[in-house]
Design a binder for this molecule. Structure first.
Ligand code: CP3
Length: 344
């Protein structure tokens, strides 16, 4: 019998009250995070310093008692380990040296992923030893299309025209990049599992940018291959897919990729998601990050609506996307208290 709530739900059980954690639960909305972040100097120093990364992962667990802790790291450490220069600029987000051709892909080095990311695995190992026994440890990675969006565009916040035009113009060259990312992502996740991650989440943050005719080939197929390889090596570890903006592709994504849980963003109808996602796949989501910033009666009624809609089904309470940095921590406390005290 599994005793951890998140593992029970990902095994297909409906648990009431549901387990709760929040995407990007460690971060700038917490003063104790900002203090450690200042001490680390840069965001990447924080990601690659196991002592500090363990500390910021544990901060929201100590403060709120979430049912799961997510490794503190970033999806862009994978391209960084492949040799793509990466910098996080204050107020601007990540900046990478863009890769825009098969020739540029051939220059990336797949040899040293585990060696370069050793500090990340040391963080996972340290967390596995220090978490409370009821807390589940989640590892994660970005999936190929989403990580490619940053590698090809060279930054966040674009319209993804360079990425999408490459996919249309030169499917073979683009396949070289996606294939490399399938391998690198799988190795990165397996190393986290070996270090003690009990669940892994796959972030498809820019799934919504993929045109209809490209979604199957560049979003669903690479993720299906990653899940197949993970299951071959670690069949017992559940996988959560989060295809943000997948829209009408959501059910297909849940069905074909082989995931045990599916994240639903706040723009997608939870009622429709519940109706179309196979019953064996747990649903995670989909509280609007901005109603959590607002708090008050609006937050309470949203919590109730989501709880009622998901009653009787395997559900993980979470946001529809990462927590907003302006979120008052008291609202997170209000959220947890209500989710845990309410009965549908
Ligand atoms: O959930 C957690 O608490 C674990 C940590 C985590 C971070 N990034 C820390 C972070 C996780 C799971 C991520 C995933 C991630 N990173 C995604 C997928 C989720 C999503 O939001 O769609 C993406 C797209 C990235 C890439 C990334 N990292 C961007 C675009 C930015 C800049 C945006 C911003 O908020 O500044 C980051 C930086 C980042 N990653 C921060 C944190 C806490 C803020 C940096 C800082 O503290 O200075």
């Amino acid at each position: 019998m599994k005793h951890k709530k998140l593992l029970r739900v990902l095994a297909g059980e409906s648990v009431s009250p549901p387990p709760i954690w929040l995407m990007r639960q460690a971060g700038r909305y917490l003063s104790e995070y900002r203090a450690v972040r200042a001490k680390a100097g840069s965001f990447l120093n924080l990601c690659y310093n196991p002592e500090l990364a363990i500390e910021v992962t544990l901060q929201p667990i100590r403060r709120f008692g979430f049912d799961a802790a997510i490794l503190f790291s970033d999806i862009l450490v994978v391209p960084h380990a492949l040799g793509v220069p990466l910098d996080y600029r204050e107020g601007e987000g990540p900046v990478l040296q863009p890769v825009r051709s098969a020739e540029a892909v051939a220059k990336l080095s797949r040899e040293a992923i585990e060696e370069r990311l050793a500090p990340v695995y040391a963080t996972v190992q340290g967390l596995a030893k220090s978490l409370p026994p009821e807390t589940t440890l989640i590892g994660f990675a970005g999936v190929p299309w989403t990580v490619a969006a940053y590698i090809v565009e060279g930054q966040g916040g674009t319209d993804h025209a360079t990425l999408i035009r490459w996919a249309w113009r030169d499917p073979q060259g683009f396949a070289a990049l996606i294939g490399l990312l399938v391998e690198a992502t799988t190795r990165h996740l397996l190393a986290q599992i070996q270090a003690g991650a009990e669940v892994v989440q796959l972030f498809e943050s820019w799934g919504g940018a993929a045109p209809d005719a490209l979604f199957q080939r560049w979003c669903i197929e690479p993720v299906t291959e990653i899940v197949r390889r993970l299951k071959a090596a670690a069949p017992e570890v559940p996988v959560i897919g989060f295809p943000r903006g997948a829209g009408a592709w959501l059910a297909r994504y849940a069905e074909e990729t082989g995931v045990q849980g599916i994240g639903v963003d706040q723009g997608t109808s939870l009622a429709v998601a519940r109706a179309v996602v196979p019953d064996r796949v747990a649903i995670q989501g989909n509280l609007d990050p901005l109603v959590l910033v607002e708090g008050g009666a609006a937050l309470d009624s949203e919590i109730d609506r989501i709880t009622d809609l998901m009653a009787g089904a395997p559900h993980v309470f979470n946001l529809g996307h990462g927590i907003h940095q302006d979120t008052p921590p008291e609202h997170v406390a209000q959220l947890i208290e209500r989710v845990r005290s309410r009965r549908p």
